[in-house]
Design a protein around this ligand. Structure first.
Ligand code: ADP
Length: 489
C-alpha cells in the first residue's frame, strides 16, 4: 500500500522484507529516508534502528505503527533514532509531504558534498598550476618514514635532468644526487627533520644527469598527509646567483690587490723626488746652492722631472679608468700624419738610459695621413714603447709603421721576456698582469686603456709573443675615421 502511494512521486523505492535485509541494503547504498515498521518478526523496528545507527548510518527514520502506545513507546523510538512517527491508518498526503522534505534535504546535502569535492579538486589543480609554474625550482614531497618521493614537479626533469620517475624510484633521492662534498649537509638536514625539527634550509650542490654541477637552495618543512608524516621541499637552482657571488668576491680581492699595487706604484716615484728636493733644501740652507755645477743641477732636476712625469702618467691612468667605467671617454679625431705621431712618441724615450741610441730600429713610412685623435693615439704608442723598454731586457726595439688596406699599422717589437700564450688575451683586461710585481712595477692598466682607445677608433690592438724571445704588439687603425669622429661612447 505504501509503495503504491509513493510510486507516482518519482522516488527510488527499495523494499526490504526484514530488519536484517534492510540493514544490508543500507550498507550498500545511501538513502534519503527509511520507513520502518515497528512490529516485525525476528528483529523489531527499534532494534533494527539501533543496528542501523551502530553501523554509522544516519539516514532519517520514520516509524510506522498501528498502535498508539503512549509517551514511553514514542521515547523508545526517538532514542533509537526516529525523526517521526506515523500511525495507521496513514494519511498518505502527509506521508508523501514528509518523505519529499527528507528527499529534498538529502539532495541538498549531496549537492553540498559534490561542491565540496569540486572545490578540493579545483584547489588541488590551482596548487599544481602554481607549483608547475615555478621555473627555477623543483617542488617535491616525500614520505618521512622511508624517504620515497611521492610527488615531484615536472620542472625536475628540466632543472636536474632526472625525470620524475627517477626521483620516486629510489629512497632519499636528493642525497643520492648531491655532490659528494655536500651529502653530509643534506643528510644532517634530513636527520634533524626526522628528529623533530619542523623546518630546515640549506645550500648544496647537485650533480645533474649530464654530469654538470649545479647549486641549489633547498627548504624542507614537515607536514601531515592522510595520516603519514611527509617532507615538503622546494629546491631552487641558484647556480647563477652563486656565480655572481663568486665573481663579486673575486672582484673584491682584485680591488684590494689593486689598491695596494696602486698605492705602491704612486709612492715609488715620490721617494727619489723627495730625496732630490731634500738635497736641494740642505744646500739652500747652507747657502751652497750656487756652488753646484750646472750639469749636476741639470741631472738632479732631470731625475725629478722624470719622476714627476711617471707620477703624472700613473695618476692619469687611474683617472682614465674611472672615465672608461663611466663611459665618458670620447675621441676627437682630426687629420694627422701618423708617421710624425710615431716619431714624436719615440722621441720621448730616445734619451732613456735603458736602451742604446743605436738599438732603436725605426722603419716608418714617409707620411701616413689619417683621421685619429692624436693625443689618444700618442698615449697608446707611449704605452707600447714604455712596455717594450720595461719588459725588453735592454735589447733592441723595432718600430714599424706602414699603410695596409686603408689602415695604418704600427708594430712595436722587442726581444725581451715575452708573454706565455695563456696570458696573451688576459693582459688586455683591467688590472691583469703576467709578471711578478716584485720584478716589474706597474698597475696592469696600460694595455686595457690602449685597447679601449683602439676600440673607439674602430681599430684593433693585438699581440704575438713567445716567452724569452720577445713580443710584437700591433695597432691597426682605419685611416678614414671621419664618420666616428667626436662620437661619445
Ligand atoms: P703594466 O705594464 O703596468 O703591468 P700593461 O697593461 O701595460 O700594465 O701590461 C699588462 C701586462 O702585460 C704586463 O704586466 C706584462 O705582464 C704584459 N706585457 C705588456 N707588454 C709586454 C711586453 N712588451 N713584453 C712582455 N710582457 C708584456
Amino acid at each position: 500500500m505504501l509503495k503504491a502511494a509513493l510510486e507516482d512521486c518519482n522516488f527510488d523505492l527499495i523494499t526490504a522484507g526484514s530488519g536484517k535485509e534492510g540493514i544490508e541494503v543500507l550498507c550498500e547504498r545511501e538513502c534519503a529516508a527509511i520507513l520502518l515498521d515497528v512490529h516485525m518478526p525476528d528483529m523489531d523496528g527499534f532494534e533494527t534502528a539501533l543496528w542501523v545507527r551502530a553501523r554509522g548510518i544516519h539516514t532519517p527514520i520514520i516509524f510506522i505503527t498501528a498502535i498508539k502506545q503512549g509517551q514511553s513507546y514514542a521515547m523508545r523510538g526517538y532514542e533509537a533514532g526516529a525523526v517521526d512517527f506515523l500511525f495507521k491508518p496513514l494519511n498518505l498526503n502527509i506521508l508523501r509531504a514528509k518523505i519529499s522534505v527528507l528527499v529534498e534535504l538529502f539532495q541538498r546535502k549531496r549537492e553540498v558534498e559534490i561542491k565540496a569535492v569540486r572545490n578540493v579538486e579545483s584547489a588541488e589543480r590551482r596548487y599544481r598550476d602554481l607549483v608547475e609554474g615555478i621555473p627555477n625550482g623543483i617542488v617535491w614531497t616525500s614520505i618521512a618514514d622511508n624517504g620515497v618521493f611521492n610527488f615531484v614537479s615536472s620542472s625536475a626533469q628540466k632543472i636536474s635532468g632526472y625525470p620524475a620517475r627517477d626521483w620516486s624510484a629510489r629512497r632519499y633521492f636528493l642525497i643520492m644526487i648531491s655532490h659528494p662534498d655536500d651529502v653530509e649537509t643534506v643528510g644532517t638536514a634530513i636527520g634533524s627533520l626526522l628528529a623533530g625539527a619542523g623546518h630546515v634550509d640549506f645550500e648544496h650542490r647537485v650533480i645533474r644527469a649530464d654530469g654538470t654541477e649545479m647549486w641549489m637552495h633547498t627548504t624542507i618543512r614537515t607536514g601531515e598527509h592522510r595520516g603519514d608524516l611527509e617532507h615538503r621541499g622546494l629546491s631552487f637552482d641558484i647556480t647563477s646567483l652563486k656565480k655572481t657571488e663568486q665573481s663579486l668576491r673575486e672582484t673584491i680581492v682584485i680591488r684590494d690587490e689593486f689598491i695596494s699595487i696602486a698605492s705602491h706604484e704612486l709612492k715609488t716615484p715620490l721617494t727619489p723626488l723627495q730625496l732630490q728636493i731634500e738635497g736641494f733644501q740642505r744646500l739652500a740652507k747652507r747657502g751652497e746652492l750656487h756652488r753646484m755645477p750646472p750639469e749636476t743641477v741639470n741631472r738632479m732636476l732631470g731625475v725629478s722631472a722624470a719622476q714627476v712625469d711617471l707620477l703624472n702618467r700613473r695618476v692619469n691612468q687611474l683617472l682614465e679608468i674611472s672615465s672608461i667605467k663611466a663611459g665618458k671617454v670620447t675621441i676627437e679625431a682630426r687629420e694627422v700624419d701618423l708617421a710624425a705621431l710615431v716619431r714624436k712618441a719615440v722621441d720621448l724615450f730616445e734619451a732613456n738610459p735603458t736602451i742604446k741610441r743605436e738599438d732603436w730600429k725605426l722603419n716608418l713610412a714617409e707620411e701616413v695621413k689619417g683621421h685619429v685623435d692624436p693625443d689618444r693615439i700618442e698615449q697608446v704608442l707611449v704605452n707600447l714603447i714604455d712596455n717594450a723598454i720595461k719588459y725588453g731586457l735592454g735589447k733592441p726595439i723595432e718600430i714599424t709603421l706602414r699603410e695596409n688596406a686603408g689602415h695604418a699599422e704600427v708594430t712595436v717589437v722587442d726581444r725581451g721576456i715575452g708573454i706565455p700564450a695563456e696570458d696573451q688575451q688576459r693582459i688586455f683586461k683591467r688590472f691583469e698582469r703576467a709578471v711578478s710585481p716584485s720584478n716589474y712595477s706597474g698597475m696592469g692598466l696600460g694595455l686595457f686603456i690602449s685597447r679601449q682607445i683602439a676600440d673607439l677608433h674602430e681599430g684593433i690592438i693585438s699581440v704575438e709573443s713567445r716567452p724569452n724571445e720577445g713580443s710584437a704588439f700591433k695597432l691597426s687603425l682605419p685611416l678614414d675615421l671621419e664618420n666616428v669622429a667626436g662620437v661619445q661612447r
